[in-house]
Design a protein around this ligand. Structure first.
Ligand SMILES: NC(=O)c1ccc[n+]([C@@H]2O[C@H](COP(=O)([O-])OP(=O)(O)OC[C@H]3O[C@@H](n4cnc5c(N)ncnc54)[C@H](O)[C@@H]3O)[C@@H](O)[C@H]2O)c1
Length: 271
């Protein structure tokens, strides 16, 4: 039973692998035996995460600097990854941009004035980037008749953000709303998952979505209070609480699962 979850000799790609969840996913995949290609636009600053640094040192993790919205860069990365680590069979489409509570009010104003350029930017990363990585890396998996793709969406792809949470900001004079761009791109991911799951089913490439609710990341106290009182489990998720689901979806433990959406949301969508 334990072996069902092992990922020995598999090569995984984690986009946005230097972010809060990406670091967690990369380390967990290595813990279960995979070699991991991390793709990010950021430069890595050492000592973010000791376990990550250890895997970096022993060659289980390799970092590739690339922008997921640029097809040529992603195609080049595939060739590099194949040379350096081997043929990939796991893809975590994790890179994304969001508007957490601390961000600029201009980017988070009323829907009526939401800047078109911001919409383009969010669609580019959250949708087009996932599309391109799926074409390039998923296409390689389909060629080899084996793979698991995990698209990271959000509860805000299933239901609307609750704007009441941010009333405290508006009371303080900041005209702040969680923007529609994030929610609609995350919804699109759900149907891209279903499309690809059926498209590649005969090629033995499974495609699923993981939908988290909010992860604790030192958000301001007022936000935390508002969020917690609406959350059935009464707290935000710890950053390590998605790891079990990632290993399940990446491994043969989920071999009969494709086109699904695994919701890890503390009960947020249950009421
Ligand atoms: N943190 C949460 O509360 C939460 C909740 C639900 C869903 N999610 C989703 O989980 C995923 C990871 O979120 P996170 O909180 O770790 O975010 P994060 O901002 O900490 O990490 C995202 C990473 O993606 C990278 N990135 C951004 N644009 C890129 C591009 N064009 N090319 C390559 N890399 C790029 C960033 O440099 C960053 O390292 C996202 O898709 C997010 O929408 C997060």
């Amino acid at each position: 039973m334990k072996d069902l979850f092992r990922l020995d000799n598999r090569v995984a790609i984690v986009t946005g692998g230097l972010g809060q969840l990406g670091l967690q996913f990369s380390v967990s995949l290595c813990d279960y035996g995979a070699r991991v290609a991390v793709i990010d636009i950021l430069e890595y600053k050492k000592d973010n995460n000791n376990e990550f640094d250890n895997y970096l040192k022993n060659g289980s993790i390799k970092i590739y600097n690339a922008d997921i919205t640029k097809r040529a860069q992603i195609e080049e990365m595939l060739e590099d990854i194949k040379k350096d680590l081997g043929i990939p069979s796991i893809l975590i489409n994790n890179a994304g941009i969001d508007s957490p509570p601390g961000t600029d009010a201009e980017e988070n104003g009323p829907f009526e004035n939401y800047p078109e350029e911001s919409l383009d930017k969010v669609i580019d990363v959250n949708l087009k980037g996932v599309f391109i990585c799926s074409q390039v890396f998923g296409g390689e998996m389909a060629k080899n008749n084996y793979g698991s793709i995990i698209n990271i969406a959000s509860v805000y792809g299933i239901i609307s953000p609750n704007q009441d949470i941010y009333e405290y900001k508006r009371k303080n004079g900041q005209l702040w709303y969680k923007p529609a761009s994030y929610a609609v791109t995350k919804s699109a991911i759900l149907n891209l998952t279903r499309y690809l799951a059926t498209y590649w089913a005969k090629k033995n490439v499974r495609v699923n979505t993981l939908s988290p609710a909010g992860i604790f990341n030192n958000q301001d106290k007022e936000f935390l209070d508002e969020y917690r009182k609406r959350m059935p489990l009464g707290r935000m998720a710890r950053e390590d609480e998605m790891n079990g689901a990632i290993i399940f979806l990446a491994s043969d433990a989920s071999s009969y699962m494709t086109g699904s959406n695994l919701i890890l949301d503390g009960g947020w969508t249950a009421w």
